[in-house]
Write a protein that binds this ligand. Sequence first.
Ligand code: HEC
Length: 134
Amino acid sequence: MSSKSEDQSLKSKVRSLKTKIALACLFTALTIVACSNGSAKRNEFSIAESKSSEASLFRQNCAICHGQEGNGKQMDGRLIPSLRYGAAATKTEEEIYLQIKEGKLPMPSFKNQLTEDEIKSMVRFIRRDLQDVK
Ligand code: HEC
């Protein structure tokens, strides 16, 4: 056996191995994309793109602190909570209602800015659209 033909067969083995690895990577990537699409669905709602009246109330009154998409943000060294995940998702509707109506420092009360119906619609908005709780 010449070392040249051994070289050749080794090269072709390496090539087929490379193809297999590339295919495996491709499938893994596709699977990750497919799976992440499914799980990200609950949070896909875009406040910026929504034409609902609640979304526009949110943009006017809440986005400055809670972020454009309600994901929370850092402000003056303080973390303003996300309204989609975390503590907000564990609150009852009553607690969310009171938080908006009465405020809780440093969050202001909205009872002079929003009507009773608007506050209630914001509670539903947070639950249904941001947290995807039906
Ligand atoms: C001036 C900034 C500011 C504005 C404006 C604001 N918030 Fe907040 N909000 C906060 C802060 C800060 C907290 C956390 C309060 C705390 O630490 O208990 C909070 C907490 C909350 C919570 C409870 C979340 C949790 O994790 O406990 C809800 C619900 C909420 N806000 C809804 C709203 C809604 C709806 C609006 C608009 C109508 C709004 N907020 C406007 C600053 C703000």
